[in-house]
Design a protein around this ligand. Structure first.
Ligand code: HEM
Length: 519
């Protein structure tokens, strides 16, 4: 039935349909005929026959138990028979491309009436376009792939290519030259780290963690060594097809034996007798996008120490799926290299200089993770504020409990502090060379990464308390809380474990201590 055929109905007329065989309810001004659906209702029959529900306005009861999206599903939309005379539905969830009006659901630079020293109107227009793109093109695929565990659809990757989004996700730089970015909303010369932050944060807003990584997270960390340390010939061959979403790349460093301890890696690369090839043997574990990658940026033990080499999928390369806390859409892999022969021209940076290649990659990688972490925490706050408003306990909204408000206060304070520190660091990045960033920001970024994922873990724990059993249920009201709580430990590991990073930040500070400083 189309909306044109829906009737205008008086409230007293609805009241007459209050029996098991003739059962209507009002939800947000719309009238639903549940007569045939009642037996299939996942929440059971008796709740629908309650005298406060059957033939009555059940808006409040409905929203304390269901997400708005339930009513948007075609099979339930069909139950709608009309609208109450003179009334219009008012309730909505996220509106495509629009900013949320829920307090703290947006960072202050986007919230009405607030100001920012960092973001311009150009950034705001860019954000609007990116959000609309994600809401209308990516979100649905994110939900579907997260559910079926398949990699993100090629159609989404291709649409991102049309906007040059894969290239923009690599940050500002030469790789943007000659490209039309976001239909011309920003030029390659003016694209800065704040634009990149916007893309990453809009991305994280989908709250589908496995999909987020599946949507070429491997490229964000695996391609920079090629861009920054590959030969011109290698770059000309590899970079365009990766930035066009035709081939996929991942970063393969961690192993079953070693993670943060990069120098303890055991995959070896030995030169062939004629010196023209590397022969690689070993295994890599927890490699994001590894199951579908065509290229692997591999950390190897070599005669001179540690060397990074680009390996192409071919004989001797085998990838197997690893099931982690999040969905297999991320393509997390266990990879084995069995006498894999690679031309020495695929060496990235100096032979034996791999640690420099990896370290120089870490700052940007961790900063990207901070962007995502700050945004994910905000989405959880939005969920908690909505839930505690619509959920009634002891006849009052859940937020009438001081303990609940105290938890939300902690969440807001953490998310705001992470975002504000992040914006400051981003501003420094915009005004520093890559080398200056390495010197001045490695410690700051490591500390922020450690701090933000720590905040995320606290927020996940508190959000579960706020949602109760729903916070550990994969469908229904708390589904995003369950997802966040299940996947947040991963954020705290990748790019360096929390404690290791915090320690790195302090060690960097100690290195910069003036020799003559005394109490
Ligand atoms: C158009 C009307 C309705 C539809 C389409 C509908 C649909 C659903 C669906 C799909 C669920 C599964 C939970 C989820 O995934 O969110 C559910 C659960 C439930 N529904 Fe409804 N429902 C409707 C009206 C109502 C009303 C009026 C009540 C009365 C209070 C009610 C009470 C419940 C309860 C108690 C549950 C179980 C909730 C839980 O497990 O937390 N439903 N409903």
């Amino acid at each position: 039935m189309t909306s044109k055929q829906l009737r205008q109905i008086r409230r007293d007329e609805v009241g007459k349909h209050n029996t098991p065989d003739d059962l209507w309810v009002i939800i947000d001004s719309a009238v639903y005929d549940l007569s045939r659906f009642k037996a299939m209702h996942p929440g059971g029959l008796s709740v629908l026959l309650d005298p406060e529900v059957a033939g009555k306005d059940a808006t409040e009861a409905f929203y304390s138990l269901h997400r708005h999206e339930v009513l948007q599903k075609p099979q339930y939309l069909r139950l709608r028979v009309g609208f109450i005379e003179g009334e219009k539905p008012r309730i909505h969830n996220r509106i495509d491309g629009e900013l949320s009006k829920v307090p703290y659901a947006e960072p202050t630079w986007l919230a009405e009436g607030y100001h920012s020293p960092y973001f311009t109107d150009g950034h705001r227009k860019f954000q609007k376009a990116v959000r609309l793109f994600f809401d209308t093109v990516v979100s649905e695929d994110a939900l579907e792939r997260e559910a079926d565990g398949k990699r993100p659809s090629q159609s989404v990757i291709d649409k991102m290519t049309e906007l040059n989004m894969h290239a923009m996700r690599m940050g500002p730089g030469k790789h943007l030259q000659g490209r039309v970015l976001m239909n011309g909303l920003v030029t390659p010369e003016t694209f800065d780290y704040f634009h990149e932050l916007i893309i990453t944060q809009e991305f994280a807003r989908s709250s589908m963690r496995g999909y987020g990584d599946g949507l070429l997270g491997g490229k964000v960390i695996g391609l920079p060594p090629v861009l920054n340390f590959g030969s011109e010939e290698l770059k000309a061959r590899v970079v365009p097809e990766v930035l066009e979403g035709k081939k996929f790349i991942c970063l393969a460093i961690s192993e079953a034996h070693a993670g943060s301890d990069v120098m303890g890696l055991q995959t070896t690369a030995v030169k062939s007798e004629d010196g023209k090839e590397w022969i690689i043997n070993g295994g890599k574990k927890w490699i994001t996008n590894g199951t579908f990658a065509d290229y692997f940026t591999v950390g190897c033990k070599t005669e001179d120490g540690f060397t990074v080499i680009l390996v192409e999928r071919g004989p001797g390369v085998e990838t197997k799926q690893i099931k982690t806390s999040y969905s297999t859409t991320a393509g997390t892999a266990y990879i084995t290299f069995d006498n894999v022969r690679v031309p020495v021209e695929n060496t990235l940076g100096e032979e034996g200089g791999g640690i420099f290649v990896i370290l120089s990659n870490f700052n940007h990688e961790r900063w990207v993770m901070c962007c995502a972490s700050a945004r994910s925490q905000r989405s959880i706050i939005e969920e908690c504020l909505k839930w505690t408003t619509q959920r009634k306990v002891f006849g009052k909204p859940l937020h009438s409990q001081a303990v609940i408000r105290a938890k939300i206060a902690g969440m807001i304070s953490r998310a705001e502090s992470v975002q504000n520190w992040l914006e400051n660091i981003t501003y420094q990045m915009c005004n520093m060379s890559y080398k200056q960033q390495a010197g001045k920001l490695a410690g700051q970024i490591a500390l922020l990464k450690s701090y933000s994922t720590g905040c995320g873990q606290d927020t996940a724990r508190d959000a579960v308390q706020v949602f109760g059993g729903r916070g550990i249920t994969q469908t229904g009201m708390g589904k995003f809380i369950e997802h966040y709580h299940r996947t947040i430990p991963f954020d705290a590991l990748l790019g360096g474990a929390e404690d290791v990073l915090a320690d790195l930040g302090v060690r960097q500070a100690l290195r910069a201590m003036p020799k003559d400083a005394r109490l």
